[in-house]
Write a protein that binds this ligand. Structure first.
Ligand SMILES: Cc1cc2nc3c(=O)[nH]c(=O)nc-3n(C[C@H](O)[C@H](O)[C@H](O)COP(=O)(O)OP(=O)(O)OC[C@H]3O[C@@H](n4cnc5c(N)ncnc54)[C@H](O)[C@@H]3O)c2cc1C
Length: 382
Protein backbone atom coordinates (compact mmCIF):
# COMPACT_ATOMS: atom_id res chain seq x y z
CA UNK A 1 0.00 0.00 0.00
CA UNK A 2 1.48 3.31 -1.10
CA UNK A 3 0.15 6.55 0.39
CA UNK A 4 2.66 8.81 -1.36
CA UNK A 5 1.75 11.30 -4.07
CA UNK A 6 3.84 12.31 -7.06
CA UNK A 7 5.97 15.44 -7.04
CA UNK A 8 3.71 16.84 -9.76
CA UNK A 9 0.62 16.36 -7.58
CA UNK A 10 2.40 17.89 -4.60
CA UNK A 11 3.19 20.98 -6.68
CA UNK A 12 -0.42 21.12 -7.90
CA UNK A 13 -1.75 20.93 -4.34
CA UNK A 14 0.79 23.52 -3.18
CA UNK A 15 -0.16 25.98 -5.91
CA UNK A 16 -3.88 25.69 -5.01
CA UNK A 17 -3.07 26.10 -1.32
CA UNK A 18 -0.99 29.24 -2.04
CA UNK A 19 -3.78 30.65 -4.21
CA UNK A 20 -6.40 30.06 -1.52
CA UNK A 21 -4.31 31.44 1.33
CA UNK A 22 -2.63 34.36 -0.41
CA UNK A 23 -5.25 35.54 -2.87
CA UNK A 24 -8.54 34.48 -1.30
CA UNK A 25 -8.35 34.06 2.48
CA UNK A 26 -6.43 37.32 2.69
CA UNK A 27 -9.61 39.01 1.34
CA UNK A 28 -12.18 37.05 3.32
CA UNK A 29 -13.82 40.02 5.06
CA UNK A 30 -14.20 41.89 1.77
CA UNK A 31 -15.83 38.80 0.18
CA UNK A 32 -18.26 38.41 3.10
CA UNK A 33 -19.23 42.07 3.04
CA UNK A 34 -19.75 42.16 -0.74
CA UNK A 35 -21.45 38.71 -0.64
CA UNK A 36 -19.62 38.04 -3.92
CA UNK A 37 -16.37 36.54 -5.14
CA UNK A 38 -14.34 39.29 -6.89
CA UNK A 39 -13.91 38.78 -10.65
CA UNK A 40 -10.12 38.98 -10.22
CA UNK A 41 -10.21 35.86 -8.02
CA UNK A 42 -12.28 33.95 -10.59
CA UNK A 43 -9.76 35.00 -13.26
CA UNK A 44 -6.89 33.73 -11.10
CA UNK A 45 -8.75 30.46 -10.51
CA UNK A 46 -9.25 30.11 -14.25
CA UNK A 47 -5.57 30.83 -14.96
CA UNK A 48 -4.64 28.04 -12.52
CA UNK A 49 -6.87 25.66 -14.50
CA UNK A 50 -9.36 25.29 -11.63
CA UNK A 51 -12.36 25.78 -13.92
CA UNK A 52 -11.37 22.76 -16.02
CA UNK A 53 -10.39 20.18 -13.38
CA UNK A 54 -12.65 17.44 -14.80
CA UNK A 55 -12.29 18.38 -18.45
CA UNK A 56 -9.90 16.27 -20.56
CA UNK A 57 -6.82 18.05 -21.92
CA UNK A 58 -8.07 17.66 -25.50
CA UNK A 59 -10.89 20.10 -24.61
CA UNK A 60 -8.61 22.51 -22.79
CA UNK A 61 -9.00 21.24 -19.20
CA UNK A 62 -6.58 19.67 -16.73
CA UNK A 63 -8.18 16.21 -17.03
CA UNK A 64 -7.40 15.30 -13.44
CA UNK A 65 -8.05 11.89 -11.88
CA UNK A 66 -10.54 11.80 -8.99
CA UNK A 67 -7.64 11.43 -6.51
CA UNK A 68 -6.01 14.55 -7.96
CA UNK A 69 -9.34 16.39 -7.78
CA UNK A 70 -9.67 15.40 -4.12
CA UNK A 71 -6.18 16.81 -3.48
CA UNK A 72 -7.23 20.09 -5.07
CA UNK A 73 -10.60 20.20 -3.27
CA UNK A 74 -8.92 19.63 0.07
CA UNK A 75 -6.98 22.84 -0.51
CA UNK A 76 -10.06 24.69 -1.79
CA UNK A 77 -11.77 23.72 1.47
CA UNK A 78 -9.31 25.94 3.32
CA UNK A 79 -10.97 28.95 1.72
CA UNK A 80 -14.49 30.36 1.39
CA UNK A 81 -17.13 27.84 0.41
CA UNK A 82 -18.80 30.27 -1.97
CA UNK A 83 -15.74 29.98 -4.19
CA UNK A 84 -15.13 26.26 -3.77
CA UNK A 85 -18.80 25.42 -4.43
CA UNK A 86 -18.82 27.65 -7.49
CA UNK A 87 -15.75 25.81 -8.81
CA UNK A 88 -16.83 22.36 -7.73
CA UNK A 89 -20.33 22.56 -9.24
CA UNK A 90 -19.02 24.08 -12.47
CA UNK A 91 -16.23 21.59 -13.00
CA UNK A 92 -17.69 18.71 -10.95
CA UNK A 93 -21.35 17.69 -10.92
CA UNK A 94 -22.12 20.29 -13.61
CA UNK A 95 -19.48 18.91 -15.93
CA UNK A 96 -18.77 15.23 -15.21
CA UNK A 97 -22.07 14.21 -16.84
CA UNK A 98 -20.96 15.76 -20.13
CA UNK A 99 -17.47 14.28 -19.89
CA UNK A 100 -18.70 10.76 -19.09
CA UNK A 101 -22.04 10.46 -20.85
CA UNK A 102 -22.20 13.31 -23.38
CA UNK A 103 -22.04 12.89 -27.16
CA UNK A 104 -18.98 14.06 -29.11
CA UNK A 105 -20.99 17.03 -30.34
CA UNK A 106 -21.96 17.98 -26.76
CA UNK A 107 -18.36 17.67 -25.62
CA UNK A 108 -17.15 19.83 -28.52
CA UNK A 109 -19.81 22.43 -27.86
CA UNK A 110 -19.58 22.76 -24.06
CA UNK A 111 -16.25 21.57 -22.69
CA UNK A 112 -13.74 24.01 -24.26
CA UNK A 113 -15.81 27.02 -23.21
CA UNK A 114 -16.36 25.58 -19.74
CA UNK A 115 -12.62 24.94 -19.33
CA UNK A 116 -11.85 28.54 -20.25
CA UNK A 117 -14.54 29.83 -17.88
CA UNK A 118 -16.42 31.53 -20.70
CA UNK A 119 -19.43 29.30 -19.95
CA UNK A 120 -20.35 28.40 -16.36
CA UNK A 121 -22.16 25.12 -15.72
CA UNK A 122 -24.74 24.01 -13.15
CA UNK A 123 -26.54 20.87 -12.00
CA UNK A 124 -30.33 21.11 -11.63
CA UNK A 125 -31.76 18.11 -9.80
CA UNK A 126 -33.52 19.40 -6.65
CA UNK A 127 -37.14 20.57 -6.82
CA UNK A 128 -39.27 22.37 -4.22
CA UNK A 129 -40.97 19.05 -3.37
CA UNK A 130 -38.16 16.62 -4.23
CA UNK A 131 -34.78 17.10 -2.55
CA UNK A 132 -33.68 14.03 -0.59
CA UNK A 133 -36.16 11.97 -2.60
CA UNK A 134 -34.96 13.36 -5.93
CA UNK A 135 -36.49 10.44 -7.82
CA UNK A 136 -39.93 11.83 -6.93
CA UNK A 137 -39.30 14.85 -9.17
CA UNK A 138 -42.26 16.40 -10.96
CA UNK A 139 -40.44 17.99 -13.92
CA UNK A 140 -41.53 16.52 -17.24
CA UNK A 141 -39.98 16.03 -20.66
CA UNK A 142 -42.18 15.37 -23.68
CA UNK A 143 -40.83 14.73 -27.16
CA UNK A 144 -42.64 16.80 -29.80
CA UNK A 145 -41.38 16.78 -33.40
CA UNK A 146 -37.70 17.59 -33.34
CA UNK A 147 -37.76 19.09 -29.84
CA UNK A 148 -38.16 18.23 -26.17
CA UNK A 149 -40.66 20.27 -24.20
CA UNK A 150 -39.61 20.66 -20.54
CA UNK A 151 -41.78 21.82 -17.66
CA UNK A 152 -40.99 22.14 -13.96
CA UNK A 153 -39.10 24.14 -11.33
CA UNK A 154 -35.66 23.32 -9.98
CA UNK A 155 -34.55 24.97 -6.76
CA UNK A 156 -31.38 25.88 -4.84
CA UNK A 157 -29.38 25.53 -8.06
CA UNK A 158 -25.80 26.71 -7.40
CA UNK A 159 -24.37 29.10 -10.02
CA UNK A 160 -27.78 29.38 -11.75
CA UNK A 161 -27.79 33.18 -12.20
CA UNK A 162 -24.31 33.06 -13.75
CA UNK A 163 -24.73 29.81 -15.66
CA UNK A 164 -24.64 29.53 -19.42
CA UNK A 165 -26.48 26.21 -19.20
CA UNK A 166 -28.13 23.86 -16.72
CA UNK A 167 -27.83 20.09 -16.57
CA UNK A 168 -31.52 19.45 -15.98
CA UNK A 169 -33.23 16.22 -14.90
CA UNK A 170 -36.85 15.61 -15.95
CA UNK A 171 -39.15 12.62 -16.45
CA UNK A 172 -40.17 11.33 -19.87
CA UNK A 173 -42.25 8.18 -20.53
CA UNK A 174 -39.00 6.19 -20.34
CA UNK A 175 -38.02 7.56 -16.90
CA UNK A 176 -35.69 10.28 -15.68
CA UNK A 177 -33.61 11.88 -18.42
CA UNK A 178 -30.72 14.37 -18.33
CA UNK A 179 -30.70 17.42 -20.62
CA UNK A 180 -28.38 20.29 -21.38
CA UNK A 181 -30.59 23.36 -21.31
CA UNK A 182 -28.94 26.58 -22.49
CA UNK A 183 -29.85 29.74 -20.63
CA UNK A 184 -31.02 31.19 -23.95
CA UNK A 185 -33.46 28.31 -24.61
CA UNK A 186 -37.03 29.57 -25.04
CA UNK A 187 -39.13 29.02 -21.90
CA UNK A 188 -36.39 28.85 -19.25
CA UNK A 189 -35.80 31.59 -16.69
CA UNK A 190 -34.17 32.22 -13.31
CA UNK A 191 -36.73 32.46 -10.49
CA UNK A 192 -35.97 33.35 -6.88
CA UNK A 193 -32.32 33.93 -5.99
CA UNK A 194 -31.64 32.78 -2.41
CA UNK A 195 -29.63 34.53 0.29
CA UNK A 196 -27.68 31.91 2.28
CA UNK A 197 -26.33 32.19 5.84
CA UNK A 198 -22.81 31.39 4.69
CA UNK A 199 -21.24 30.19 1.50
CA UNK A 200 -21.56 33.61 -0.16
CA UNK A 201 -20.98 34.04 -3.89
CA UNK A 202 -22.31 30.74 -5.22
CA UNK A 203 -25.85 32.19 -5.46
CA UNK A 204 -28.30 29.28 -5.45
CA UNK A 205 -31.49 30.08 -7.37
CA UNK A 206 -34.58 28.59 -8.95
CA UNK A 207 -34.54 27.47 -12.59
CA UNK A 208 -38.07 27.62 -13.97
CA UNK A 209 -39.06 25.81 -17.16
CA UNK A 210 -42.39 26.71 -18.76
CA UNK A 211 -42.83 24.88 -22.05
CA UNK A 212 -39.09 25.18 -22.42
CA UNK A 213 -38.01 23.96 -25.86
CA UNK A 214 -34.67 22.29 -26.47
CA UNK A 215 -33.47 20.31 -29.51
CA UNK A 216 -33.55 16.50 -29.44
CA UNK A 217 -29.77 16.42 -29.19
CA UNK A 218 -29.94 18.24 -25.82
CA UNK A 219 -30.58 14.82 -24.27
CA UNK A 220 -27.48 13.44 -22.51
CA UNK A 221 -26.83 9.75 -23.20
CA UNK A 222 -29.88 7.49 -23.33
CA UNK A 223 -33.48 8.34 -22.53
CA UNK A 224 -34.46 7.04 -19.07
CA UNK A 225 -30.89 6.75 -17.77
CA UNK A 226 -30.65 10.25 -16.32
CA UNK A 227 -30.89 9.20 -12.68
CA UNK A 228 -28.06 6.71 -13.16
CA UNK A 229 -25.94 9.54 -14.61
CA UNK A 230 -26.92 11.86 -11.75
CA UNK A 231 -25.81 9.26 -9.19
CA UNK A 232 -22.46 8.82 -10.95
CA UNK A 233 -21.87 12.58 -10.93
CA UNK A 234 -22.86 12.68 -7.25
CA UNK A 235 -20.53 9.81 -6.28
CA UNK A 236 -17.63 11.88 -7.53
CA UNK A 237 -19.07 15.08 -6.08
CA UNK A 238 -19.57 13.52 -2.65
CA UNK A 239 -15.97 12.31 -2.60
CA UNK A 240 -14.50 15.69 -3.46
CA UNK A 241 -16.96 17.40 -1.10
CA UNK A 242 -15.69 15.15 1.69
CA UNK A 243 -12.16 16.27 0.79
CA UNK A 244 -13.24 19.90 0.93
CA UNK A 245 -14.62 19.30 4.44
CA UNK A 246 -11.24 17.83 5.43
CA UNK A 247 -9.51 20.99 4.20
CA UNK A 248 -11.88 23.16 6.24
CA UNK A 249 -11.46 21.06 9.39
CA UNK A 250 -7.68 21.09 8.99
CA UNK A 251 -7.57 24.86 8.54
CA UNK A 252 -9.92 25.38 11.52
CA UNK A 253 -7.65 23.25 13.71
CA UNK A 254 -4.59 25.22 12.62
CA UNK A 255 -6.31 28.51 13.48
CA UNK A 256 -7.59 27.19 16.80
CA UNK A 257 -4.19 25.77 17.72
CA UNK A 258 -2.55 29.11 17.04
CA UNK A 259 -5.18 30.91 19.12
CA UNK A 260 -5.01 28.36 21.94
CA UNK A 261 -1.22 28.67 22.07
CA UNK A 262 -1.42 32.42 22.65
CA UNK A 263 -4.55 32.84 24.74
CA UNK A 264 -3.97 32.18 28.45
CA UNK A 265 -6.45 31.23 31.17
CA UNK A 266 -5.63 30.14 34.73
CA UNK A 267 -1.99 31.04 34.18
CA UNK A 268 -1.22 28.97 31.08
CA UNK A 269 -2.03 28.81 27.35
CA UNK A 270 -5.39 27.18 26.56
CA UNK A 271 -3.67 24.37 24.69
CA UNK A 272 -1.87 23.29 27.86
CA UNK A 273 -5.15 22.53 29.62
CA UNK A 274 -5.52 18.80 29.19
CA UNK A 275 -9.22 18.95 28.34
CA UNK A 276 -8.41 21.12 25.32
CA UNK A 277 -5.29 19.14 24.38
CA UNK A 278 -7.45 16.01 24.21
CA UNK A 279 -9.99 17.88 22.13
CA UNK A 280 -7.26 18.73 19.61
CA UNK A 281 -6.15 15.10 19.56
CA UNK A 282 -9.68 13.91 18.81
CA UNK A 283 -10.21 16.52 16.12
CA UNK A 284 -6.95 15.48 14.49
CA UNK A 285 -7.91 11.78 14.61
CA UNK A 286 -11.35 12.44 13.08
CA UNK A 287 -9.88 14.59 10.33
CA UNK A 288 -7.27 11.95 9.49
CA UNK A 289 -9.90 9.18 9.30
CA UNK A 290 -12.11 11.32 7.04
CA UNK A 291 -9.15 12.12 4.81
CA UNK A 292 -8.42 8.40 4.34
CA UNK A 293 -12.09 7.65 3.55
CA UNK A 294 -12.13 10.38 0.91
CA UNK A 295 -8.95 9.29 -0.82
CA UNK A 296 -10.00 5.64 -0.80
CA UNK A 297 -13.31 6.57 -2.43
CA UNK A 298 -11.46 8.72 -4.99
CA UNK A 299 -9.07 5.87 -5.72
CA UNK A 300 -11.96 3.41 -6.22
CA UNK A 301 -13.65 5.80 -8.66
CA UNK A 302 -10.38 6.06 -10.59
CA UNK A 303 -10.37 2.24 -10.82
CA UNK A 304 -13.80 2.45 -12.50
CA UNK A 305 -15.62 1.11 -9.42
CA UNK A 306 -19.00 2.63 -8.48
CA UNK A 307 -17.87 3.50 -4.92
CA UNK A 308 -21.45 4.20 -3.85
CA UNK A 309 -20.99 3.24 -0.19
CA UNK A 310 -17.50 4.72 -0.12
CA UNK A 311 -18.47 8.11 -1.53
CA UNK A 312 -21.43 8.33 0.86
CA UNK A 313 -19.08 7.42 3.72
CA UNK A 314 -16.66 10.16 2.64
CA UNK A 315 -19.49 12.69 2.48
CA UNK A 316 -21.06 11.57 5.77
CA UNK A 317 -17.79 11.75 7.69
CA UNK A 318 -16.82 14.97 5.94
CA UNK A 319 -20.10 16.68 6.78
CA UNK A 320 -20.55 15.41 10.33
CA UNK A 321 -17.03 15.15 11.72
CA UNK A 322 -15.68 18.28 10.06
CA UNK A 323 -18.70 20.20 11.30
CA UNK A 324 -18.06 18.90 14.81
CA UNK A 325 -14.42 19.97 14.49
CA UNK A 326 -15.21 23.47 13.23
CA UNK A 327 -17.83 23.90 15.95
CA UNK A 328 -15.34 22.81 18.63
CA UNK A 329 -12.71 25.15 17.17
CA UNK A 330 -15.17 28.04 17.39
CA UNK A 331 -15.69 27.08 21.04
CA UNK A 332 -11.93 27.40 21.61
CA UNK A 333 -12.11 31.00 20.40
CA UNK A 334 -14.62 31.72 23.19
CA UNK A 335 -16.59 34.96 22.78
CA UNK A 336 -14.18 36.12 20.07
CA UNK A 337 -15.33 33.24 17.87
CA UNK A 338 -18.89 34.49 17.80
CA UNK A 339 -18.08 38.06 16.77
CA UNK A 340 -18.85 38.67 13.12
CA UNK A 341 -15.91 39.61 10.89
CA UNK A 342 -13.24 39.26 13.60
CA UNK A 343 -11.78 35.76 13.22
CA UNK A 344 -12.14 33.60 10.11
CA UNK A 345 -13.45 30.72 12.22
CA UNK A 346 -16.93 32.29 12.24
CA UNK A 347 -17.05 32.30 8.44
CA UNK A 348 -15.87 28.68 8.35
CA UNK A 349 -18.58 27.72 10.84
CA UNK A 350 -21.31 29.35 8.71
CA UNK A 351 -19.84 27.94 5.49
CA UNK A 352 -19.37 24.34 6.57
CA UNK A 353 -22.87 23.90 7.98
CA UNK A 354 -24.26 23.33 4.49
CA UNK A 355 -22.08 20.25 3.98
CA UNK A 356 -24.49 18.31 6.20
CA UNK A 357 -27.37 19.31 3.92
CA UNK A 358 -26.48 19.53 0.24
CA UNK A 359 -25.27 16.92 -2.27
CA UNK A 360 -27.44 14.52 -0.25
CA UNK A 361 -27.89 15.27 3.45
CA UNK A 362 -26.16 13.25 6.17
CA UNK A 363 -29.39 11.28 6.63
CA UNK A 364 -29.49 10.46 2.91
CA UNK A 365 -25.88 9.25 3.03
CA UNK A 366 -26.87 6.92 5.87
CA UNK A 367 -29.83 5.66 3.82
CA UNK A 368 -27.47 4.97 0.90
CA UNK A 369 -24.85 3.24 3.08
CA UNK A 370 -27.50 1.05 4.73
CA UNK A 371 -28.98 0.12 1.32
CA UNK A 372 -25.52 -0.87 0.08
CA UNK A 373 -24.92 -2.97 3.19
CA UNK A 374 -28.20 -4.80 2.60
CA UNK A 375 -27.08 -5.49 -0.97
CA UNK A 376 -23.95 -7.20 0.38
CA UNK A 377 -21.60 -4.28 -0.20
CA UNK A 378 -19.65 -5.01 3.00
CA UNK A 379 -15.92 -4.60 3.40
CA UNK A 380 -14.65 -7.58 5.33
CA UNK A 381 -11.07 -7.16 4.14
CA UNK A 382 -9.13 -4.60 2.12
C1 LIG B 1 -26.54 26.28 -0.64
C2 LIG B 1 -27.20 25.15 -1.37
C3 LIG B 1 -26.78 24.81 -2.66
C4 LIG B 1 -27.41 23.77 -3.34
N1 LIG B 1 -27.02 23.48 -4.64
C5 LIG B 1 -27.72 22.56 -5.36
C6 LIG B 1 -27.42 22.35 -6.75
O1 LIG B 1 -26.51 22.96 -7.32
N2 LIG B 1 -28.17 21.45 -7.44
C7 LIG B 1 -29.19 20.76 -6.86
O2 LIG B 1 -29.83 19.98 -7.56
N3 LIG B 1 -29.49 20.93 -5.55
C8 LIG B 1 -28.79 21.83 -4.78
N4 LIG B 1 -29.10 22.04 -3.46
C9 LIG B 1 -30.19 21.29 -2.87
C10 LIG B 1 -29.75 20.24 -1.85
O3 LIG B 1 -29.08 19.18 -2.47
C11 LIG B 1 -31.00 19.81 -1.05
O4 LIG B 1 -31.37 20.92 -0.23
C12 LIG B 1 -30.76 18.58 -0.24
O5 LIG B 1 -30.63 17.45 -1.07
C13 LIG B 1 -31.92 18.32 0.78
O6 LIG B 1 -33.14 18.36 0.14
P1 LIG B 1 -34.33 19.27 0.75
O7 LIG B 1 -33.78 20.62 1.02
O8 LIG B 1 -35.50 19.17 -0.16
O9 LIG B 1 -34.67 18.63 2.14
P2 LIG B 1 -35.78 17.41 2.43
O10 LIG B 1 -35.62 16.35 1.41
O11 LIG B 1 -37.10 18.08 2.56
O12 LIG B 1 -35.28 16.92 3.82
C14 LIG B 1 -35.46 17.69 5.01
C15 LIG B 1 -34.73 17.00 6.15
O13 LIG B 1 -35.29 15.70 6.38
C16 LIG B 1 -34.27 14.73 6.28
N5 LIG B 1 -34.83 13.53 5.67
C17 LIG B 1 -35.47 13.43 4.48
N6 LIG B 1 -35.86 12.16 4.25
C18 LIG B 1 -35.44 11.42 5.32
C19 LIG B 1 -35.51 10.03 5.68
N7 LIG B 1 -36.06 9.14 4.87
N8 LIG B 1 -34.98 9.65 6.86
C20 LIG B 1 -34.39 10.54 7.68
N9 LIG B 1 -34.28 11.86 7.40
C21 LIG B 1 -34.79 12.30 6.22
C22 LIG B 1 -33.20 15.35 5.41
O14 LIG B 1 -31.94 14.75 5.63
C23 LIG B 1 -33.24 16.80 5.84
O15 LIG B 1 -32.49 16.94 7.02
C24 LIG B 1 -28.45 23.05 -2.73
C25 LIG B 1 -28.85 23.37 -1.42
C26 LIG B 1 -28.24 24.41 -0.75
C27 LIG B 1 -28.70 24.75 0.65
Amino acid sequence: MDFSISEEDRLLQGSVRDFVEEQVNSRWREIEEARAIPDAIITQARDLGLLGLSIPAQYGGLGLSVVQKALVHEMLGRGPWGLSTYISVHTGIGCVGIVRFGSDAQKQKYLPKMASGEWIGSFALTEPNAGSDAGAMASTAVRKGNEWILNGTKTFITNAPKAHHFMVFAKSEAGICAFLVDREAPGVRIGQVFKTIGHVGSTPAEVVMEDCRVPLDALIGEEGKGFEYAKRCLSEGRTTLGARCVGTAQKAMELALEYASERKTFGKPLVEHQALAFRFAQMSARTEATRLACYRSAWLLDQGKPAVRDSSTAKLLGGEWSWQTVDECLQIFGGNGYISGEYMIERMWRDLRVARVYDGSSEVQQIVIAQQLRKGDVQTAW
